[in-house]
Design a protein around this ligand. Sequence first.
Ligand SMILES: [Zn+2]
Length: 88
Amino acid sequence: MKKCYLCKGDIEKELVMVEREWNGKKIIIEGVPAEVCKQCGEKYFDSETTLKLEKIKKASTYPQEQDISISVLVRRFDRLPKEQRVSG
Ligand SMILES: [Zn+2]
């Protein structure tokens, strides 16, 4: 059995979701075969999968593509909101 390069944990084959960015858009590719470390979660892709991921990412149109909008809250770590004081 293969071991993780980072932590020497056990690796198992899994289908994962991969996030990529292209032309300022976030692209999520589902069902990607990967070898995933059970210990630290590091994902390993073979060269064929890596090539295919690049192709999918760069494709301008894609069959069965779904455009899903997700709203994201961005919060700065170094700025805490002022504590609200209860008056009266
Ligand atoms: Zn690991």
